[in-house]
Design a protein around this ligand. Sequence first.
Ligand code: AQP
Length: 333
Amino acid sequence: MKKKQTVFSGVQPTGVLHIGNYLGAIRQFVDLQYTNESVFCVVDHHAITVPQVPEEFHENTLKVAMLYIACGIDPKESIVFIQSHSTEHTELAWILNTMTPLGELERMTQFKEKTEGRTKKEGVLAGILNYPTLMAADILLYQTDIVPVGEDQVQHIEFTRMLAEKFNSRYGRTFSVPEAYVQRDTARIMGLDDASKKMSKSAPSSNNYIGLLDSPNEIRQKIAAAATDSGKEVQYNKIKKPAISNLIEIYSAFAESPHSEIEKIYKDKNYYEFKNDLAELLIKKLAPIQEKYKELTKNKKQVLEILYGGSRKSRIISQTTLSQVKEKMGYVI
Ligand code: AQP
């Protein structure tokens, strides 16, 4: 079957992936790969926009790659590779940087959040400002049509579209103009310890998230400790009951059952019973991912071969795009 469109996305190796990364992004990668040309990248250059401990960074990069595969990304269907293995990404990022208005970067919500409360003198590093341009390069190199992401990344896709259109209008059509692909119900899974902020792998407390590799006991303990709202009814209402609604969203996504069904099941039950069942559901659904991951850790050589092979395939596409870009701009190539 001819695959329809080109899908590209990436995840940063800034920690162990959590169920928000899975529901907001990786599950979509898996579904889309069968009908679309798919390219999935471990975006290691993005991770170093915040300081990394070298040993942890190295390990986390391989962990993300192994979790991609453990979650169901099939290297026979998709190109899987590590961003820094394809130097075209940083080269195109530089070129795009020269066309990016500073104001566009400064107004990015993530830039504002990540530098909140810090003055320029206190050392806001340039990478945290510039990384949307690198993300644009990642996407545009593959003539991407669709970018599956969580809601927090939508602004960056809009920014990528702006750069693609700007380049195309200045030099003639060179890039496909991509669109964000957001799964409405799981676009923003909130933190377990604070339902007003998104679940995040670099959250100060690990009680904020369920990691894809958390043990059954960790899952039980974290769900038991998860914030709830006043009252005891298991009802979906994002305004009045944000914390319970977040847990219902997680339950609903893993059980593949609508919120209303869950409300019905727990109509005469309390938070305690609901949380117990949610923990057991997560343990059951994460078990096959954890098993596959464990197998992969025993064969890191095979994982590296997949990644090197992915990089070779990715470069066939990215080198073509980069050559076109440079030729149109007048570089001597
Ligand atoms: N809470 C979330 N709900 C739904 N989707 C989410 N994503 C992240 N958090 C949630 C999506 O996961 C993909 C990979 O994210 P990323 O690692 O590249 O960066 P991020 O968005 O900054 O994710 P984190 O977990 O919050 O990492 P840190 O803490 O390092 O910043 C993206 O598609 C993202 O939208």
